[in-house]
Design a binder for this molecule. Structure first.
Ligand SMILES: [Zn+2]
Length: 250
C-alpha cells in the first residue's frame, strides 16, 4: 500500500487514504484491476481481492463505467449489497460524503482526478482523457462536491500519473481543442502536437478557484514509467488498467 500512496498532500492528512496502484508481474495480468477489458473476470477478481485486503474489512469499493463524458454522479446514497458495488453506472466522475467508501478510477494513460475537502468531508474521483478534459469534467466534479458542502478554497486535488507531453503525440483534431492552453500543447511538426492533459486539468481547476498550492500533479508519465504503470499507447492498446483510489477513513 505504501508504494501506491504517492500523493504527499493526502499522506499529510489523517482523514483520507489515496493512491494509485502499480503493476505487479507476480500477479495475474500484471495486477490489472479492470473487468471490462476482456480478461478472465475470475482472475481479475483475485487481484481485486488482494487490493481490497489492503483496506479495513468494512470498507466498500466502487468503480464506474467510464465513457469519456463529463457526467459526475453523487453516490452517497447508493446501496452497497456487496463489498464491490455491482451496478454499472455510466459516468466519468463520482462523489460521496460517506466514510469508508473507496472511489476507484481505472486508467492506462488517461488522467484521474482525486479530490478531498477535509473540512466538509467530501471526496470525489474523475476520469479524464482528452475528451473528458475538453468537456471540462474537472468543473463538474468540483460542482458536484460543492453540492455536498465542499468549498473551493478547501478542496485538495491530486492528478494521477498519466501520459505526458513527452510521449503523447496528437493530431489536429485533438490539438485544436486545447489551443488556449499553450503550456500544455507543444507543436512538434506539420500537424503534430504533444499534449499534457494533466496541465490542462490543473489550469481548469485553477479557473474554478482551486488554489494552486492545493493541486498536486504527479510528475510520472505512464508511458515513460511503463514498468510500473499500464500505458495504452506504449503497449499498443494494452488492456491492463491500474486503479486510482480515494477514501475517507472511518
Ligand atoms: Zn513520457
Amino acid at each position: 500500500m505504501e508504494k501506491w500512496q504517492i500523493y504527499k498532500k493526502f499522506n499529510e492528512l489523517d482523514g483520507v487514504i489515496a493512491g494509485s496502484t502499480t503493476k505487479n508481474e507476480e500477479k495475474v495480468y500484471s495486477y490489472s484491476l479492470a473487468i471490462h477489458t476482456g480478461e478472465k473476470v475470475d482472475l481479475i477478481e483475485l487481484n481485486r481481492k488482494n487490493f481490497t485486503r489492503k483496506f479495513p474489512e468494512n470498507y466498500r469499493f466502487i468503480t464506474f463505467l467510464q465513457i469519456h463524458s463529463d457526467i459526475v454522479i453523487d453516490i452517497s446514497d447508493f446501496n452497497f449489497n456487496s463489498a464491490w458495488y455491482r451496478g454499472s453506472i455510466e459516468a466519468d466522475g463520482i462523489v460521496t460524503d460517506k466514510k469508508g467508501t473507496v472511489l476507484c478510477t481505472l486508467t492506462a494513460d488517461c488522467l484521474a482526478l482525486l479530490a478531498f475537502d477535509p473540512i466538509a468531508e467530501v471526496i470525489g474521483a474523475a476520469h479524464a482523457g482528452w475528451r473528458g478534459t475538453q468537456k471540462n469534467i474537472a468543473k463538474n466534479l468540483i460542482k458536484k462536491m460543492q453540492k455536498l458542502g465542499a468549498k473551493t478554497e478547501n478542496i485538495i486535488v491530486a492528478l494521477s500519473p498519466s501520459i505526458k507531453s513527452c510521449c503523447y503525440e496528437v493530431g489536429e483534431e485533438v490539438a485544436k481543442n486545447f489551443t488556449q492552453f499553450s503550456e500544455a500543447l507543444v507543436k512538434t511538426g506539420e500537424k503534430k502536437w504533444h499534449l499534457d492533459i494533466s496541465i490542462v486539468n490543473k489550469l481548469q481547476l485553477m479557473d474554478l478557484n482551486i488554489k494552486e498550492e492545493n493541486i498536486e500533479a504527479s510528475t510520472i508519465c505512464t508511458s515513460c514509467q511503463n514498468s510500473d504503470y499500464f500505458s495504452y499507447r506504449k503497449e499498443c492498446g494494452c488492456t491492463g488498467r491500474f486503479i486510482n483510489f480515494i477514501a475517507m477513513k472511518k
